[in-house]
Design a binder for this molecule. Sequence first.
Ligand code: GNR
Ligand code: NI
Length: 156
Amino acid sequence: MVKNIKTIGDNVLRGKCRKVNNFGSERLNLLLRDMAETMYEENGIGLAAPQIGIRRRAIVIDIGEGLYEIINPEIVSLSDETIGMVEGCLSVPGRRGYVIRPEKLTLKAQDRLGEELIIEAEGLFARCIQHEMDHLDGVLYVDKMEYEVFEDEEDE
Ligand code: GNR
Ligand code: NI
């Protein structure tokens, strides 16, 4: 089911999410399905559970290469090299900002059955993972952006 996306100002976006522990359950399957449906409906490349009001450490991502479900993610390593990119967020509608983050990362996480996943990411995938992991700790890109990018600057 497509859910309403919580927007900036809603406290659910500002808390720390708890770990998922109900692996293999119908409830987790439903959460992940709702998250993916909502992400696709809203044309996002990622979505974190708190964005639909659920304080759990679950993320879905699809940057055009298929759906990833990432549960209880933990950073294993971050590159020293950083890169800037313009970000948007479904929870901060109508705005964009330039954010500097590590370019690459390695992640440890779990899949929907609780099996360990090791993910190495760079480029847009690494960007999206970091953006979504911030959501799990109540952080929005506007908290770390260098400057706002206005609509009419984008096509220049
Ligand atoms: O759809 C989204 N696009 C995006 C672009 C640049 C950096 C991060 C993102 S994530 C965002 C969807 C969203 O708000 N996920 O939390
Ligand atoms: Ni977001």
